[in-house]
Design a protein around this ligand. Structure first.
Ligand code: GH3
Ligand code: MG
Ligand code: MG
Ligand code: MG
Ligand code: MG
Length: 309
């Protein structure tokens, strides 16, 4: 686990971090409440051990702030103080702490409380992963793709880097189900997902958008290069045998490509219409996906198994 330790005394930080590290956890240190919030919001952690008395921002206030922010609303928080009094314990829980520990810290107590908190943190992480993942293919699901796409768009805008989106749809997938059975259809989906995953870079965002529809976000790739990436995917998928219960078959897919900033080659929108608002203007992922979907529709119309910009 990653354990955030916030305390304003050097000695306490050293002691706690040594103990926590000896249980096999990774330690993140903060010297006061302000720094605790900065660290908590800039790097992932599972459990925070927060000193009550700290300058500027007390541990109690740190709990309030962490609870109020969606990034840390469900983090597991342990407040720590020398006060040995039921009133303080109540105040701690009321401020949003999950647990309370007395100073001086008893090592066995701390270990047991981290274990208890660890179970909650692990379950939470599992739920979060499930909520973001498509169980059949293991790819990011639609919700997760849309969320991460917005982050990617913000990043590409900040640095003025290109970004393209590809929408892929397996051809006559209904026919695959009807001919070879639903299990073979599922196998085709898994095989397709693996092909995308293997062919793309780690920074490319791949997700299952719907039934047999997939979306790929290509950072650092402009509309001049994205069709080549899609073409490589198309060829790979078409060459890929799918095997299920001794039956072997092939599938093809159609691809629609669009620039996320709406500026096509020579500043012309991908659909031949007027240029979009451009990187600074800011259109969201939805508009780019609509454009990629329109291109995909044209790829289907033109005979499938092809890439259209
Ligand atoms: P087109 O080339 O125009 O895309 O035709 P298509 O048959 O691929 O498209 P259509 O939208 O008519 O059919 C998609 C099919 O995908 C229908 C649906 O039953 C099937 N499907 C959706 N999700 C799953 C899944 O998880 N597993 C399986 N086996 N089939 C699925
Ligand atoms: Mg203190
Ligand atoms: Mg369809
Ligand atoms: Mg289809
Ligand atoms: Mg479809």
């Amino acid at each position: 686990m990653r354990v955030l330790i916030a305390d304003d005394t050097v000695l306490m930080r050293a002691m706690l971090s040594e103990q926590v590290a000896s249980y096999g956890h990774e330690v993140i240190l903060a010297r006061d409440g302000r720094e605790a919030l900065d660290r908590a919001w800039s790097e992932p952690f599972d459990i925070a051990i927060i000193d009550w008395e700290m300058p500027h921002l007390s541990g109690l206030e740190v709990c309030w702030h962490l609870r109020a922010d969606p990034r840390s609303a469900y983090a597991y928080l342990i407040l720590m103080t020398a006060h040995d009094d039921a009133f303080y314990e109540f105040k701690a829980l009321d401020a949003g702490a999950d647990d309370f520990i007395h100073k001086p810290v008893n090592s066995a107590h701390l270990k047991a409380r981290l274990k208890a908190g660890g179970r909650i943190a692990a379950m939470q992480q599992q739920l979060l992963d499930q909520a973001r993942t498509d169980p059949l293919t293991g790819l990011a699901n639609r919700r997760s793709v849309l969320e991460r796409a917005e982050e990617e768009i913000a990043r590409s805008r900040r640095y003025g880097h290109p970004l393209s989106v590809v929408m892929a749809d397996i051809d006559h997938f209904k026919r695959i189900n009807d001919t070879y059975g639903h299990a073979a259809g599922d196998e085709a989906l898994k095989r397709f997902a693996r092909a995308l995953h293997e062919d793309l870079r780690p920074c490319d965002l791949v997700g299952r958008y719907g039934g047999e529809e997939f979306v790929v976000l290509l950072p650092e790739t402009g509309i001049a290069d994205a069709p080549m990436v899609a073409e490589r995917l198309r060829a790979r998928v078409a060459a890929l045998p799918v095997e299920q219960d001794g039956v072997r078959f092939h599938m093809t897919a159609s691809f629609g490509v669009a620039a996320v900033d709406g500026i096509g080659v020579d500043g012309i929108g991908g659909d031949g219409a007027a240029p979009g608002p451009g990187p600074a203007g800011g259109r969201g992922i939805e508009a780019a996906l609509t454009e990629a979907d329109a291109a995909l529709y044209r790829a289907k119309e033109a005979g499938r198994n092809r890439v259209v910009v």
